[in-house]
Design a protein around this ligand. Sequence first.
Ligand SMILES: *Cc1c(COP(=O)(O)O)cnc(C)c1O
Length: 390
Amino acid sequence: MSREIFSQLGEDGGELSMNVEFYRHGLGAEEAESVARCLQGVFLTAGPLTRRFEEEFAGYLQIPYVIGTYSCTSALFLCLKALGIGRGDEVITTPMTFIATANAVLEAGARPVFVDVEPLTGNLDAELLEAAVSERTRAIIPVHLYGHPCDMKAIRRIADKRGLKVIEDAAHCVEGARDGIRPGQLADAACFSFYATKALTSGEGGAIATRHEDLAERLRLLRSHGMNKEAADRYTDRYRHWDMVCLGYKANMFDIQAALLLPQLRAIEQRWRRREEIACRYQQAFAAAGIDFPGTVPKTKHARHLFTIRVDPAMRDELLLHLQESGIGVAVNYRAVHLLSYYRERFGYRQGCYPVAERIGASTLSLPLYPGMSDGDVDTVITAVLSFFR
Ligand SMILES: *Cc1c(COP(=O)(O)O)cnc(C)c1O
């Protein structure tokens, strides 16, 4: 179905017609039925399905509290606010991420401070972390890049020693684990994204997982105007006046999102296994051809959100175009955040500030990776990449 629509767009809308799209969601009959059932009820906004998703997601993650949000960006922002982080504070994060990570810090009024990344995984280098801590530092936001978990034990150890909070950007890492530790289990909170191209998706959506009841309570207030009752309570309880007890925001998940997410959550491990198979097929082919890709450390379950290769920066953009012309969807995750115009101009960053992140940013290229790909699709991608080097 989505393939037909896409090729139609190719004819009528002038878009490139693809052999293998970069991403195709796996939403189908179950999700459609789930949304139809939601529409038969009274709740469109945060109601019983949002609650059920929060409970089931908490069960999956083995974390006591989950708070559904409108996006991962709003989840990160709410965590900073809930932890009292703002003007005059510094938050340490990685330049090898999507801009939302650092932007959320700016939106909260604090200053993002970058730390360079490890060459193997592209994750924030825990060995460089402590040198970046100042007396203004309040928190660390590690990002589990492409789904490879950061070294949370090392990060937690430094955070505890220096009295810092840890907020995980787990937008890429719902299924991942390292040293037996999953997102949210060592951090103060972990933030997830259900954006259109993520492993679980409702088009837009997000969630926060936390072990701390008081933080969960505060996050629930902040996502809903600072009101002490949410929509579902106002509807189902006997009428009582609600109060506004703090300055909150508008960032709640709503039931149509939850209706889309619930069936996917029940199939999450099966979908992950297919991505793992595809990643292995890529790795075998590219290792044999001498093409570089990020590594995985021992005792790690990689969530396999993205599969990237790394090529000579002088050839990267040419390879991108070659793949696109062969009908293969591609992306770049990511050009280093500190080198983007806004960050350069506002903070004076330049080439050379974070050399490992810069090198990855100049050489990386993402290939299609989603459960709906057939082995034939994977081979089409591999053949197209190899044909460039021949
Ligand atoms: C997608 C993404 C986000 C933002 O997620 P939204 O749900 O779109 O706000 C944040 N961080 C990373 C690493 C992401 O990939």
